[in-house]
Design a protein around this ligand. Structure first.
Ligand code: ZN
Ligand code: ZN
Length: 242
C-alpha cells in the first residue's frame, strides 16, 4: 500500500460527506491503514460544522476499530493574503491541518493572486501542515515558488486522489507538481479527500502517477505511519499514547 495514514478525510459533520467516524475508522482498518485524519471543512464552507466540532474532537478515542484517529481540519484560505477561517488558537489545538481553496469561500484570482495566496498561507500560518489540492485548473498557480516555499517551511504538498478523479487539470498538474517536488526535495502527502468511508485509502490514480515519475518514497510523508506519529507528537508537543 502506498500510504499508511490517510490525512484528508471528511465525516458527515460536513453534510456533503456521508459516513460516521466509526464507519470511517472501520473502513480504514479494513483496508490496512494504520490511521487517518478527520479533516472536516472549517466554518466558512457552506455546510461546515460549527467551530465547536473542532474543539470537541478531544473526546474521541485515539483508536477506533484498530485505526488511529488524528484530530484535524481542512481550513479555508479566504483571501489572497493567505488568511484562514480559523484562529491560530483553533489550529494549534488540533493535530493536523490542511489549508485549501474552495470556490464557495474564495473566487479564483489571477495566476499571480492564487500563487501569492498559497505563499502567504505558508508564511503566515504556523499551525498548518499541508497545502490541500492545489492542482485544479480552477485556481491556476505557478507551482515552482509554492514548492520551494513548502520545502523551505517544512510544509507538505498534497497529491489529492479525489481531485485527480474529479477536477479538471489535476491529473496533468500532479505530474508537474511531483516533478518539482522531486527536484526541490519537497515532501508530499498523498490523500484521498474521501467523503465516503469506502473511499478511504484508495489512491490508485495517485499511485500510478507517482510510479510514472519515479517519485522517491522517502518524500511521501504518509507512506510511513511512524514518521507521521513522530511529526505530530513533536510538533504539537503531545503524547499520542498509541
Ligand atoms: Zn468537501
Ligand atoms: Zn477536503
Amino acid at each position: 500500500m502506498l500510504i499508511e495514514a490517510d490525512l484528508h478525510c471528511h465525516s458527515l459533520a460536513s453534510s456533503h460527506a456521508y459516513s460516521t467516524v466509526n464507519e470511517m475508522a472501520a473502513a480504514a482498518a479494513n483496508k490496512g491503514l494504520k490511521g487517518f485524519a478527520l479533516t472536516d471543512h472549517a466554518p466558512e464552507m457552506w455546510d461546515a460544522p460549527h467551530i465547536w466540532h473542532f474543539h470537541n474532537l478531544v473526546i474521541l478515542p485515539r483508536k477506533i476499530s484498530g485505526a488511529v484517529v488524528f484530530r484535524g481540519a481542512e481550513a479555508n484560505v479566504n483571501s489572497f493574503e493567505g488568511t484562514l477561517d480559523m484562529t491560530e488558537s483553533d489550529l494549534k489545538a488540533l493535530e493536523w491541518v490542511v489549508a485549501s481553496f474552495h470556490i464557495q469561500v474564495i473566487k479564483p484570482g489571477s495566476r499571480e493572486e492564487n500563487t501569492r495566496a498559497y505563499i502567504k498561507t505558508i508564511e503566515n500560518n504556523k499551525w498548518i501542515d499541508a497545502i490541500g489540492h492545489c492542482t485544479t485548473n480552477r485556481y491556476p498557480v505557478d507551482f515552482e515558488p509554492i514548492v520551494k516555499k513548502c520545502a523551505e517551511y517544512g510544509k507538505f504538498i498534497e497529491i489529492n486522489e479525489s481531485s485527480i478523479i474529479y477536477k479538471k487539470g489535476s491529473r496533468e498538474n500532479s505530474y508537474t507538481l511531483l516533478k518539482l517536488c522531486k527536484k526541490y526535495g519537497a515532501q508530499v502527502v498523498v490523500n484521498t479527500d474521501s467523503h465516503y468511508c469506502d473511499l478511504i485509502g484508495e489512491t490508485s490514480n495517485a499511485q500510478q502517477i507517482i510510479s510514472e515519475v519515479d517519485f522517491p518514497k522517502e518524500l511521501i510523508f504518509n507512506s510511513d505511519f511512524d514518521r507521521v506519529c513522530e511529526y505530530i507528537s513533536k510538533r504539537r508537543n503531545i503524547d499520542l499514547k498509541i
